[in-house]
Design a protein around this ligand. Structure first.
Ligand SMILES: [Zn+2]
Length: 135
């Protein structure tokens, strides 16, 4: 789906700023807001930092993007809003893992331990990797 249609499908207007920001997200896939700001301000100096924050928030609320907190507490925006898991490499690359069976397994194992009155909101597994030691 083209960027314009993708944005419009959420009920948001496909303004030039929104198209530019979503275009950056499509390229970067997983990134911090600082990376988006750097890219946008390089290509569109007229777009303010507060506009980038506002647009990113509206994209998350509209279900166009997701965000999560990585192992170091940094907020990472994700161009794939559907439920999935991640491998975070030592180079801070994020690889998507779409494995429904993994989510179902975790749900079954964790469900008995969920306190009364609570329900599972989201299951997000994040596996971090490091460089192999030289042999
Ligand atoms: Zn992802």
């Amino acid at each position: 789906m083209e960027i314009r249609e993708k944005i419009k499908s959420t009920g948001l207007k496909a303004t030039p700023q929104r198209r530019a920001i979503y275009g950056v997200m499509k390229e970067l896939c997983h990134c911090s807001i600082d990376e988006v700001i750097t890219r946008i301000r390089g290509e569109h100096p007229d777009v303010t930092i507060s506009t980038v924050y506002r647009v990113m928030d509206s994209f998350c609320e509209a279900g166009l993007l997701a965000k999560f907190t990585n192992g170091t507490g940094k907020t990472i925006y994700d161009v794939t809003p559907q439920a999935h898991h991640h491998i975070q490499t030592s180079n801070d690359e994020y690889l998507d893992i779409s494995d429904r069976q993994l989510s179902d397994l975790v749900r079954r194992r964790v469900l008995p331990q969920i306190p009364d009155g609570e329900v599972i909101d989201k299951i997000l597994i994040q596996v971090t990797t490091k460089q192999k030691a030289e042999a």
